[in-house]
Structures are given as C-alpha cells and as structure tokens.
Ligand binder design. Sequence first.
Ligand code: ZZB
Length: 260
Amino acid sequence: QEYTGMKIKVLEWAEEAKADVAGKLPENANVYMVAATLRPETMYGQTCCFVGPSITYGIYKVNDTDYFLCTERAARNMAYQKIFQKEGEFPCAATVLGKKLIGSLVYAPLSIHKEGVRVLPMETVLATKGTGVVTSVPSDSPDDYATVMDLAKKADYYGIKKEWAELEIPAIIKTPSYGDKTAEFLVKKLKINSPKDAKQLAEAKELAYKEGFYQGVMVIGEFAGEKVEKAKPLVREALIKKGEAFAYAEPENLVTSRSG
Ligand code: ZZB
C-alpha cells in the first residue's frame, strides 16, 4: 500500500503533551504528526487531525531540527525507506499517549484552515495501519464525517471544545451520484448514526472511493475543473516537492519490493 505521509506540524501542544515532551526535544525542534493518506487530492478539506486516545505515539528524530510523531511500528517501517538518517534506526526522543495530544493545534498543509486545526480523538483508529495518525476530511471520508458529527454532539463527553469539531467543511470533489458532499450524502443514505456503525461505514468508504476516483472532478485548489484521476498524482507531487509530504509504503509492499 503506497500512502502519502502528510507532515502536520505541531504549532501548540496540549498541556498534558507539553509536560511529556518538556526537556526531551531541542528548543527549536519542528515536530510533525505524520498522517498516512490514500487521498492526497482531498487535503484542502482537512478540518482536524485524529489520534487514537489509547495509542502510544513516539516522537522520532529525522534530523537535528525535525521530528516525526507516529506509532513505533510506522517509525520502524520508515527506517527502511530512507526517511531517517541511518538505515534501520529510528531514534525515539519522547513518547506520548494519544489522549494527551487532544486539543493540540497543528498546521495541515493545503487545508483551507490556515490558522491550524485541532488534534481530536477517533476511537476507530487502528494502531496496526498507516502511522496511527489520521488526517480528517469530513467532506469525502464517511468515517471522518461520522466522527466529527459525534464529537460535536458529545463534546463534553469527549472533553473537547465543541467548536474544534465544527470547522467549516469545504466542498473538494463533485461527482454525478453524490454531489459535492460525498461523505454526508452516503452517511445519510446508508443511515449511519455513529462512528461505530462499522459495516455501513465500510460500504460507504468503498462507494466513496470508487465514485470519487472514477467520476470525481475537483472543485477547489490548483487543479479545480480537473478529473480526480488526473489531479491526485499532481497534488501529491506538489506536496512532496514543497517538503510537506513524502511517500510511505506499508510493510507488505516493502517485502514484495525487496524480494522482487
Ligand atoms: C484522508 C482521506 C480522505 C482518507 C478521504 C480517506 C478518504 P484504507 O482504504 O482502508 O487503506 N486511515 C489511515 N490510517 C488509518 C488508521 N491507522 N486507522 C484508521 N483509518 C486510517 O484506508 C486508508 C484511509 O483510511 C486513509 O486515507 C485514512 O483516511 C484512513 F476522503 O486520509 B484517508 C472514501 C475514503 N476517503
């Protein structure tokens, strides 16, 4: 699986995370939360950054000034993809529990929300996939749409400020079947009431991927008017060129490419 690793820079740590990283990083360190995505063309619509509240994340040294926050499993994979300085090494400067990261302010490249977005909890984040960090695009990802709706509805229960989950959701892609709010359309159509409706969400994701990729047209950004099929690699290239993203492959691919 070839993902795009989005570098989502920490602008301001939540209090509890601040305590955990204090004294462990150089004064001027840039820490990036790395989110693995298959939809780089949707990055204009990022409204928050999800972590699993009970997942432990590490902060790994990339070079003297830059650090990546992700699961240890992802850091180990990256260490064999020339992402860190020495092959096979992924020096860990600090660890922090997902729960403590909630409320941190981060900068999501390309997002219309230039002032930054918040780190919020998503119970369904898998520690065993990608980087354990998921960038939220509620316009085009049914899982993200269901989660932000639930977060806003139960802000007190989740211990977050309601407005953190209520950032504007811009239209990114238009398709003949679902209009320009694919995720909202499918969540309503499949009567999805909660982020825990796993079966319907899996179906919605499948439908959203297919329609978005084969029928979608960009309605925002540098490639507005272009088909998604064409815009996807172009947006990815542009992000990588600007140093805001990098290629990240999951282990299955690594094994295949090394034996093949
Ligand atoms: C932004 C985005 C925008 C995504 C979208 C999807 C969609 P897949 O197909 O199952 O491999 N993701 C990444 N890592 C995790 C994780 N550890 N736990 C839970 N979800 C994760 O799923 C790949 C997608 O799942 C990734 O792409 C990421 O969300 C999420 F408009 O990034 B995506 C129709 C989907 N649309």
